[in-house]
Design a binder for this molecule. Structure first.
Ligand code: PGA
Length: 253
């Protein structure tokens, strides 16, 4: 795992956009996955602006959505598919060759999972999986206790995710969502390259755990230490809990 520490949130986002663009320039038909949430907002701004300016093209690439809340759909404020529509797809001057988005409101959620799984099988394995990290160390909706061998699946949300969801993503509306659907750890670990981004002091402790504690499904992100080609880009605040020798970046084997 290679750790890169940028000074600010903007610098972290710029570095993540440069990294992703370089990856796609080297492999124009890549299958990529970007996360929803607050962390990637600026990264997506930089990425889509560069795409419009023709620094990178995604017209031969494919995109798979990482995760979704069960119970809200593509039209709903706060859904991950709406986020991807608004912050990524709507800003691109040319669309991806193939795109998979979830509908968390579909009658048959299992069908959604089957479709995602098949999409990854057809266009994958994933080349570049960009991830955020939850306060409990979740990756997508792979919550604490998740079985690392699972592929696309439906999962109970952790207490931490349930506690923060309303104020963080839904403008304090009480949606009481209890489940998520997500790419599984197996598909993430099969990705040719993983890039995890995290910023802010709220992420300090979980970033420290991911990097310094043994691999365990109690903190799902620790599994990334077993990935052969994993990069972590942090801002200084998120890196502040790391051992001194890693605070400016470095590599752990
Ligand atoms: P955030 O979410 O970027 O909104 O902090 C990350 C996550 O929960 O995976």
């Amino acid at each position: 795992m290679k750790i890169i520490v940028a000074d600010t949130y903007e610098d972290m986002s710029r570095a993540a956009a440069d990294f992703s663009e370089k990856y796609i320039r080297n492999k124009p038909d890549a299958l990529i996955s970007f996360p929803g949430g607050n962390t990637p907002l600026k990264f997506l701004e930089y990425f889509t602006s560069d795409e419009s300016n023709k620094t990178v093209s995604v017209s031969r690439s494919s995109f798979v959505q990482l995760d979704e809340w069960v119970g809200i759909g593509p039209e709903d404020e706060g859904s991950c598919s709406r986020f991807i529509q608004d912050k990524l797809l709507a800003k691109l001057s040319h669309q991806f060759a193939h795109t998979f988005l979830f509908n968390g409101k579909a009658d048959n959620i299992d069908e959604q999972l089957d479709e995602q799984n098949k999409f990854v099988e057809s266009y994958g394995p994933i080349d570049l999986s960009v991830l955020g990290i939850g306060l409990n160390g979740h990756l997508g909706f792979n919550e604490d206790g998740v079985d690392f061998s699972l592929r696309s699946h439906r999962n109970q949300l952790s207490d931490t995710t349930k506690r923060i969801q309303d104020y963080k993503y839904f403008n304090n509306k009480k949606l009481n969502l209890t489940e998520g659907i997500t790419l599984g750890i197996a598909q993430i670990m099969e990705a040719k390259c993983v890039l995890l981004i995290a910023n802010g002091s709220a992420k300090q402790e979980i970033v420290r755990k991911m990097i310094t504690e043994p691999v365990s499904n109690k903190v799902p992100a620790t599994v990334l230490k077993n990935h052969k080609n994993c990069f972590v880009i942090l801002d200084k605040d998120a890196a502040a809990g790391l051992p001194t020798k890693l605070r400016d970046g470095g590599e752990i084997k």
